[in-house]
Design a protein around this ligand. Structure first.
Ligand code: FE2
Length: 316
């Protein structure tokens, strides 16, 4: 029997064709999860690749992850309804052209308008699973984000073509589907150079975030990344992405895992916080979201890189 209520038409996003320009691409580690079922040796090889990626860039791709990518692109409705452009300043008075729409995985928190396995540092087997327990509250969320290309030539000159300044995300990791539009750029931690992320159809791009860097005491790097105007053959279209921001469970205290990890101890990493003063995931999330779009960094002041790493006021 047909559904009595006809669903409204949704404007679907059609991505741009891959660029034909020769770009300076970043060397991004590509984890092929199709080898996972081959057993412990294959998993160990993946762990080795992952460890290298996390120690050098905090940035990598996963292929053959088992999530149907077509589903993600099918659902990329335009985000115009959230109408959030011109919220912060990129540079020299030029406002952003970004709209986004967030939703929590627990939709009872905010309704719509109407795991990790242990790796490099040899942590206890379920460490990341236990601190990202799906049944426990946290504010991990999804986001559709639309970057409009509505900048005039003088704005582009002022911003150098930057659409979103360099920054780190604050949770554990951020996941996004690889996009044909060349736009995302991670900064090389050693050279300070920005390079393009290559397009891998169907792959998931992973950024390590600030709380992951705290857990590893800097042994793993949070990725500094930015979003830029694409090459000339992709400039007539907007960029729409589906992101998942993974945040540790709300009451998880995040500090460097020196007791848990012999690898971190052997590497001589320092603890991020004095024991007893470490913030909970909720405290840091609150501090970061409170500063979102309102700090001087988002008001177009300072250099082209926004590094939050806010000092969390533990007395608050
Ligand atoms: Fe980001």
């Amino acid at each position: 029997m047909p559904h009595a209520n006809k669903l409204p038409e949704v404007e679907h996003f059609v991505p741009v064709k891959p660029t034909t320009e020769k770009l300076d691409y970043a060397e991004v580690v590509n984890l092929d999860f199709s080898t996972w079922d081959q057993g412990p040796k294959a998993i160990q090889a993946l762990a080795k690749q992952l460890n290298f990626a996390m120690r050098t860039q905090g940035f990598f791709l996963i292929e053959n992850h088992g999530f149907p990518s077509k589903r993600s692109t099918d659902r990329r409705a335009a985000t115009r309804a959230s109408s959030w452009r011109n919220y912060w300043t990129i540079d020299q008075g030029v406002k952003d052209q970004i709209e986004q729409y967030n939703w929590n995985r627990d939709l009872s928190l905010r309704e719509h308008p109407s795991t990790f396995q242990p790796f490099g540092p040899e942590l206890p087997a379920n460490f990341f699973i236990e601190n990202h327990n799906y049944e426990t509250f946290d504010e991990s969320w999804f986001r559709y984000m639309m970057y409009f290309h509505d900048y005039n030539p003088s704005d582009i000159e002022k911003t150098g073509g930057v659409w979103l300044k360099g920054h780190c995300d604050f949770g554990s990791v951020t996941m996004l589907f690889s996009q044909p539009m060349a736009s995302l750029q991670p900064m090389n931690h050693f050279t300070g150079k920005w390079r393009w992320v290559p397009y891998k159809p169907g792959a998931i791009v992973i950024n390590a975030d600030e709380m992951m860097e705290w857990w590893a005491g800097g042994y793993y790097k949070a990725t500094i990344h930015r979003v830029c105007q694409p090459p000339a053959d992709q400039r007539t279209q907007n960029r729409c992405g589906l992101f998942y921001f993974v945040v540790p469970n709300e009451e998880t205290k995040v500090n460097t895992l020196l007791e848990e990890s012999p690898v971190l101890r052997a590497a001589g990493v320092e603890r991020r916080f004095e024991p007893g003063t470490e913030p909970t995931s909720a405290m840091y999330r609150g501090a970061r979201i409170g500063a979102y779009g309102t700090s001087s960094l988002f008001q177009g002041k300072g250099s082209g890189v926004v590094i939050h790493r806010l000092r969390v006021d533990l007395s608050a």
